[in-house]
Design a binder for this molecule. Structure first.
Ligand code: SF4
Ligand code: FES
Length: 344
């Protein structure tokens, strides 16, 4: 089947979704995702971040779809034409969704362990929209203890259901779900019952925000100060392939490896994640790939750093005229020369 997304045509198998086709094409046409997770079954359709405009339904029925469609749940039709980043409507709707997700989400990035690798933070940042019209009180929940490894902050949860699906598909004891609906919805006590499982730590990795974080590395450092390396060890419970986050010679935390869509490649067991923080336990393969837009790039150590020549002459002291103009009041003179000119 042929599908065209933002002017780029690709051949895909029947049953492929618009999101999967966009990911095959790559680049700016790939819609953001907060709930879809390709490594878990039956995810998506909850956050509406991946909306696209279908400008032509198919060759058979070329009528456009009147409403924006969630690309993670929309199957490709032969001859379908889709606008993603090129659709003003879709981009506007994604911005509105981001604003809605941030209604109850606390803006506590400065103290949140997820900052720097938070999908919601990236989404808000990429949308270039920092305005909130919400003046009412945010819904807040009391804290809940999930044992020694995982910290749950329900205030940050965006009800994406990823951890629910993971617990369902990876931990046999899951009997939990999202309690209540609408603005009373909360991820709650049921989740506790799957926390004792050997694979439960993967919930931390699939959580797109800082609702589920690693208690063993909590408040240890900002992620961009770590150096992440791909590493492996022989493990009988999982593939043993992980990313170890190092600070100097010490491993401060261990996570699953993520791909270019920020999704886990291989789930890892709790033993690898929480009990092996000694570098001798791991075979270090090399630096981990970076997400292009991640704040972690600030500490990018994979490329040689260019020497910066600082011109400490007149320019840094005075600044460029165009910059000075931007930050100054028009009528306010910069220096004595200009004052003279103004008064003449
Ligand atoms: S805790 Fe995280 S993964 Fe679970 S529903 Fe909330 S945001 Fe999603
Ligand atoms: S990623 Fe498609 S609806 Fe959430």
């Amino acid at each position: 089947m042929k599908v065209t997304i933002d002017g780029q045509t690709i051949d895909v198998e029947p049953g492929t979704t618009v999101l999967q086709a966009a990911r095959m094409i790559g680049g700016s046409c790939v819609p953001p995702t907060m709930c879809y997770y390709s490594k878990l079954k039956n995810t998506g359709g909850n956050c509406r971040c991946c909306l696209v405009e279908v400008s032509k339904g198919s060759d058979k029925d070329p009528r456009p779809m009147p409403k924006l469609q969630p690309s993670c749940k929309t199957a490709v039709q032969d001859g379908m034409e889709v606008k993603s980043a090129t659709s003003e409507r879709a981009v506007k709707a994604r911005k509105a969704i981001t604003e809605m997700l941030l209604i109850n989400h606390p803006l506590d990035c400065p103290v949140c362990d997820q900052a720097g690798e938070c999908d919601l933070q990236n989404l808000a940042y990429n949308n270039k929209e920092n305005r909130s019209r919400f003046v009412e009180q945010k819904v807040t929940f009391s804290t809940e203890d999930l044992g020694p490894y995982i910290s749950l902050n329900k205030n940050r949860c965006i009800i994406c259901y990823r951890c629910v699906k993971l617990a369902d598909q990876l931990t046999p004891e899951r009997i939990h779900g999202v309690m209540n609906r609408g603005d009373h919805a909360e991820i709650s006590t049921y989740i506790k019952n799957s926390i004792d499982n050997e694979m439960s730590g993967n919930m931390i990795d699939v959580c797109p925000v800082g609702a589920l974080t690693d208690k063993t590395a909590r408040f240890d450092s900002r992620v961009w100060f770590y150096k992440p390396y791909n590493a492996h060890r022989s493990c009988t419970k999982c593939a043993g392939k992980a990313t170890v986050w190092m600070f100097g010679d010490h491993i401060r935390r261990v996570t699953g490896r993520k791909d270019e869509n920020r999704e886990i490649e291989d789930y890892i067991c709790n033993e690898c994640r929480f009990d092996h923080k000694d570098p001798k336990d791991w075979v270090i393969e090399g630096p981990r790939k970076f997400e292009k837009f991640s704040v972690i790039n600030v500490n990018n150590y994979t490329k040689p750093v260019k020497k910066v020549d600082l011109n400490m002459g007149e320019l840094p002291e005075k600044g460029r005229p165009q910059d000075r103009e931007k930050i100054s009041m028009k009528s306010f003179p910069y220096d004595a020369e200009e004052l003279k000119e103004l008064n003449s």
